[in-house]
Design a protein around this ligand. Structure first.
Ligand SMILES: Cc1cc2nc3c(=O)[nH]c(=O)nc-3n(C[C@H](O)[C@H](O)[C@H](O)COP(=O)(O)OP(=O)(O)OC[C@H]3O[C@@H](n4cnc5c(N)ncnc54)[C@H](O)[C@@H]3O)c2cc1C
Length: 264
């Protein structure tokens, strides 16, 4: 992933739609939309910026400057979200509503039209290679926005599979006829073996030019990484990383990612 641009963009909430009982789409845009730089990648992501109390800042904030000059308790907090789609005057962001804890998901759940949102980015650099013989997308709901954006970019004759683990309901996904879409319902919270087990059982085309996008909870992704290594998927055909870690907020997760504990 490339690092997002540092300047922040200020937009406002224009609308909200529940896609399932666990996934909320916010459409954001407004008068500042011209400042949004559309990087155009399937995995484009932004860093939503919240003040230390977990509220969006009302005015532009220089995150790097505050981090360089203020004590840690005054630092802004950031949360990473995929740009699900971009149209000519707004972007959509899909939030997993994962419970009472956290900053971004609770904020999204109570966000109303007119509320401000501030973010850095976008970063990201991955899109499916149209020439691949077989496209495989694997992930949980947090990766669904990027998976859906990737599947939507495939040519009409693309072949492959998308395997998505969800809490209960499938999500809206339009795919070429040659893409098998599979929804796995999570058996219990903390089950990190389901996705890897399913991928292991796949009949992947031998010797073909495969393209893989696999993201989600850190422990599940660790298992997937081992499976793709056993299947000898070349590193340059694989986009894989943890998007979050059970029992850790994003600050802890991102800090651990830079150490051996979180390296995957
Ligand atoms: C590149 C990238 C793109 C991402 N895109 C999206 C996206 O489009 N939509 C999206 O919803 N998420 C996405 N994520 C994941 C998101 O950044 C994390 O889920 C983040 O932790 C949510 O912040 P929060 O403030 O709600 O919870 P935090 O304060 O970070 O965490 C609070 C608690 O909630 C738990 N938690 C966090 N996320 C989840 C979850 N998904 N399910 C269950 N428990 C959870 C944590 O383990 C922790 O115990 C993305 C992550 C990355 C790195």
């Amino acid at each position: 992933m490339t690092r997002p641009n540092r300047p922040t963009t200020h937009l406002e909430v224009l609308g909200r739609t529940w896609l399932t009982p666990h996934m909320l789409r916010l459409v954001v845009g407004g008068p500042n939309f011209g400042a949004f730089v559309n990087a155009g990648h399937a995995d484009s992501y932004i860093k939503l910026v919240f003040d230390p109390a977990g509220r969006p800042y009302p005015t532009p904030v220089d995150v790097a400057h505050i981090r360089a000059t203020a004590p840690r308790e005054h630092w802004p907090m950031t949360r990473t979200y995929t740009v699900r789609s971009v149209d000519h005057e707004s972007i959509s962001i899909d939030f997993v509503i994962h419970g009472e804890t956290g900053i971004a998901a609770p904020w999204a759940r109570s966000a109303a039209p007119g509320d401000l949102v501030q973010f850095m980015g976008p970063g990201g650099a991955w899109s499916p290679k149209p020439e691949a013989d077989y496209h495989l997308f694997v992930g949980d709901e947090s990766a669904f926005p990027a998976i859906a954006a990737g599947v939507e970019r495939l040519p009409n004759d693309a072949r492959g599979a998308a395997i998505i683990e969800v809490d209960s309901h499938p999500l809206p996904l339009a795919a070429p006829a040659g893409m098998a879409i599979e929804w796995l319902v999570r058996r219990h919270s903390g089950d990190d073996a389901t996705l890897a087990g399913r991928v292991q059982a796949l009949d992947l085309p031998p010797g073909g030019d495969i393209s893989v996008f696999a993201h989600g909870e850190r422990e599940a992704v660790k298992r997937l990484r081992r499976v793709f290594s056993d299947l000898e998927v070349p590193r340059d055909r694989l986009s894989i990383s943890g998007y979050w870690a059970r029992g850790r907020d994003e600050d802890v997760f991102q800090a651990e990612k830079r150490t051996d504990v979180g390296r995957i």
